[in-house]
Design a protein around this ligand. Structure first.
Ligand code: NDP
Length: 597
């Protein structure tokens, strides 16, 4: 579906016009926090809570968060011989994102071979190129069992206070289950997107029908199950889904099949490229799965991202296609013309081409011309999370499925009986909120607790003007504490688990070094942290945060990076270079910048 001719000026104008429709002064404040009367939206529909005695003991390492970050770090610690590891998790089991997101059709958007961690260690062969959620959740359970992480895990438990005890060089941890225990080290991987939010639509609390957020899917109401069994409970129902981001793109086809009438309320269309999922051929897998295979695949996928120079592309998908195109354009420039502005222009050209293809794809799939027109995304591909699906656009050809486009304005109002757009009420029995998760708010607000470090300093205060770390992991003033998340490290958004597995290695290495040498504490020095932040700021920044982009969580809802995200950038020389650098930093055994005492 190659697109050759387009008017760049007209496209630039159209992108800005579409962005302007969506700009609003309230930015992140447009969303509702799920507290008070809305707190029931957060209840766990999947696992009943069991009573237990509060813990008052001491652990070597406590990890907050039982998703990939906690599981992989826990596994690496156990491999390093650190047996005494406790994971605290707010859900009823391991899984994190994959514990909560069980909506029909949920699957990974990055190839399973690089997305699912510890495949080689567990011997698991992903059954599909893009595995579905139940398989990923089961893999989380597999890791938990294989590495003995269930033994001491505390589920349905939320940390409320975390305080450094300088005298004893340990953290005091208190939770909402009455626990009050200590740990020499704490690490936290609370997830970038785990606090569901609702749109602040007037009247939202007046709706008398049924409603839930996609991350708390109510199968008791809809029928069906996460593996895609038909949702018979919706057979006679009129259902609204609000939001058309990556989540909605995956669950709309299932709703379209199940509901009597489905209304998809759209504020901004997603760009939806080809998915091309397929089952894994075990013979092929046996050939590729030679020792060290997953690390080779990880390195190769990353090397095919921005600035990468890989000669082969093992994964070959929509993510690597983005960078392949840009590289081809830049390679087409005579060497003398590869000045930064020419490179940026080549990047823009390749983006226009890609987005024209994605818009042409809508026309080739969606039968109703008006619906097709409204489903076209008018922004650069990385302005919003790129989506990939082979049934989403097709769902709009299903009788009974209606796109209700709000022309960038969002839903006007919710009444006791339905959803109002442009003065028209759409009466529904159920509203599904595919409205996403808090991003761009304070780390400590999303975590649900603050850290009190050396001398009583609060992490919220220390990061009030932006995050400050070494490698995105170590924070000055907060000894023996490690953060697991992508920013200030590789910041590789296309494959979050790769960031996590590298941080896990680092944490296990540092903890083992401290224990082997009898150090009570380790902390990054102020100078080393400052130098790292300065290095990060020398980088080119990222298009994803551009105010030219249509608003969304990538650019803080169009208000530009606020204090809580302006320093959420990556290593200036790109993710592959970062991983090489980090590897050497660990291998050197010197751990430059850290002070052990
Ligand atoms: P998003 O934040 O991406 O989407 C929220 C949706 O709600 C947007 O379409 C938004 O519109 C819409 N919305 C918000 N307010 C209103 C309103 N007032 N009226 C109408 N619509 C409104 O959340 P998702 O859960 O879809 O995805 C979050 C992230 O989770 C993804 O970006 C991705 O990183 C991750 N994810 C990954 C998946 C995977 O790997 N397989 C699958 C699903 C999610 P607008 O765009 O205009 O703001």
């Amino acid at each position: 579906m190659a697109v050759t001719a387009f008017d760049k000026e007209a496209l630039r104008r159209k992108y800005l016009e579409e962005r302007d429709k969506r700009l609003r002064p309230d930015g992140n404040e447009q969303y509702l926090r799920l507290r008070g009367r809305l707190a029931h939206y957060l209840e766990d529909p999947y696992t009943p809570r069991t009573e237990r005695e509060p813990k008052t003991d001491h652990k070597t390492v406590v990890f907050i968060g039982g998703g990939f970050a906690g599981l992989v770090t826990g596994a690496r610690l156990k491999e390093a011989g650190v047996e005494d590891v406790r994971i605290i998790e707010k859900g009823g089991d391991f899984g994190g994102t994959w514990y909560w997101n069980r909506y029909p059709g949920a699957q990974c958007d990055t190839a399973s071979f690089v997305y699912m961690p510890l495949l080689e260690e567990t011997g698991h062969m992903p059954t599909e190129k893009y595995a579905h959620a139940p398989e990923i959740l089961e893999h989380c359970h597999r890791i938990g069992k294989q590495f003995g992480l269930y033994d001491d895990a505390l589920f349905h438990t939320e940390v409320e206070h975390l305080e450094w005890d300088e005298t004893h060089s340990r953290w005091r941890i208190r939770t909402n289950r009455g626990d009050d225990f200590t740990a020499q080290f704490v690490a936290m991987g609370v997830g970038p997107l785990h606090v569901p939010k609702l749109p602040g639509i007037p009247g939202i609390e007046s709706f008398r029908g049924h409603s839930f957020h996609t991350s708390r899917w109510d199968y008791d109401y809809t029928g069906g199950d996460p593996s895609g069994a038909p949702m018979e409970g919706l057979a006679g129902k009129r259902v609204a889904i609000i939001g058309t981001g990556a989540t909605a793109v995956q669950c709309v086809p299932h709703l379209a099949r199940a509901c009597r009438e489905l209304y998809v309320f759209q504020r901004t269309p997603s760009s939806v490229d080809v998915r091309d999922n397929r089952p894994t051929d075990p013979e092929w897998f046996a050939r590729i799965a030679t020792p060290g295979w997953q690390q080779r695949w990880l390195d190769n996928f990353t090397a095919n991202q921005a600035g990468g120079t890989a000669r082969e592309d093992l994964v070959m998908d929509g993510w690597t296609d983005i960078s392949r195109r840009v590289r081809a354009k830049v390679a087409g420039l005579p060497p003398a013309e590869r000045a930064p502005e020419k490179v940026l222009a080549a990047f823009e050209d390749s983006d226009f081409e890609k987005m024209e293809e994605i818009r042409a794809r809508v026309d080739s799939i969606v039968e109703d011309r008006e619906t097709a027109r409204k489903l076209k995304a008018w922004y650069r591909q990385l302005c919003k999370r790129p989506c990939f699906h082979d049934e989403y656009l097709q769902a709009f050809n299903t009788p009974g499925t209606h796109l209700v486009d709000t022309d960038g304005k969002g839903v006007e109002r919710i009444t006791g009986t339905g959803v109002v757009v442009a003065g028209r009420e759409y009466e529904v029995d159920c509203i599904v909120y595919a409205s996403g998760f808090e991003v761009g708010t304070e780390y400590t607000r999303r975590a649900g607790y603050d850290l009190t470090g050396r001398g009583g300093a609060k992490l919220s205060g220390y990061w009030a003007e932006g995050m400050r770390t070494l490698h995105g992991i170590h924070v000055h003033g907060f000894p023996n504490a490690f953060v697991v998340q992508p920013a200030q490290g590789a910041n590789l958004i296309s494959n979050i688990p790769h960031n996590i597995t590298e941080s896990a290695r680092t944490i296990a290495t540092i903890v083992k070094h401290a224990l082997d040498h009898g150090f009570a504490a380790v902390e990054v020095g102020k100078q080393a942290e400052d130098a790292w932040v300065e290095l990060l700021m020398s980088g080119p920044g990222t298009l994803m945060r551009s105010p030219d982009c249509t608003p969304g969580y990538y650019n803080n809802e169009g208000t530009g990076a606020g204090p809580h995200s302006w320093l959420n950038v990556g290593y200036p020389h790109g993710p592959s270079a970062y991983f090489r650098y980090l590897d050497e930093w660990r291998e050197s055994g010197e751990y430059a910048g850290l002070e052990f005492r």
